[in-house]
Design a protein around this ligand. Structure first.
Ligand SMILES: [Zn+2]
Length: 222
């Protein structure tokens, strides 16, 4: 099966995305050649018909290199207003990041919860983790126990999965999703007027999965 292109946001090859949130995650994952993270310095919008192209100038926080990354936001995915932090409302797998990259993002958001003090930030981190796990799962066909070959676009991703296959098994993803509170409840808790619900949600989450539930991820490293 042919592998999807690895768009780099060059002028003739904008990165196809389903949301601004997906653009944000792309910039988090695809770093500068020096390893530094990209920081957006602005944005311009180009519209042609149903298509929207975002031109995002970025600067490397480590070496200062600058470039412009272009994203093509496809019309069918746009909803007004889109739910906050929604990545991709369609069943189509991402064409910006591969399965292993979504899993790595999910792990980042789960592990950082330990360091966050604000309940709102924790809720948002859970919402992002849930969204990223969901995006990873979209790459798995009904009979796939692990990510199929076409879900891994780089040597780096293939090496990660070969190195720790258990971490990327479908059963692992589904077990993680089952431990994160449902999306609707997280969204409600993310709204500023829902403080009481937020408190209740935290209690529920603790009861469901235990205080150090994120250590689920660390088992695979042993
Ligand atoms: Zn750099």
């Amino acid at each position: 099966m042919p592998q999807p292109p690895r768009p780099d946001g060059a002028p003739d090859n904008p990165v196809p995305v389903h949301s601004v949130q997906e653009e944000y995650f792309y910039l988090m994952v695809r770093r500068c050649a020096c390893g530094g993270p990209w920081a957006p310095t602005g944005q311009t919008v180009e519209r042609s018909g149903d298509r929207i192209v975002h031109h995002v100038p970025v600067r490397c926080a480590a070496c200062g290199q600058e470039r412009v990354v272009r994203f093509a936001l496809e019309a069918p995915a746009r909803r007004d207003p889109a739910p906050v932090r929604e990545i991709n409302p369609t069943a189509e797998p991402s064409r910006a990041l591969d399965a292993a990259e979504w899993m790595d993002l999910a792990r980042f958001y789960l592990e950082r919860i330990e360091r966050l003090k604000e309940p709102t930030e924790r809720t948002q981190s859970l919402l992002d983790a849930r969204g990223c796990l969901g995006e990873a799962l979209k790459f798995y066909g009904p009979g796939d126990g692990g990510p199929p070959p076409e879900a891994l676009w780089s040597e780096q991703s293939r090496a990660k999965v070969a190195d720790r296959p258990d971490t990327y098994r479908r059963a692992t993803l589904e077990a993680m999703l089952a431990k994160v509170p449902p999306e609707e409840r997280l969204r409600q808790a993310d709204a500023p007027e829902e403080r009481e619900l937020r408190k209740a949600l935290q209690e529920t989450a603790r009861r469901r999965v235990g205080r150090r539930w994120w250590e689920f991820w660390k088992r695979g490293k042993n």
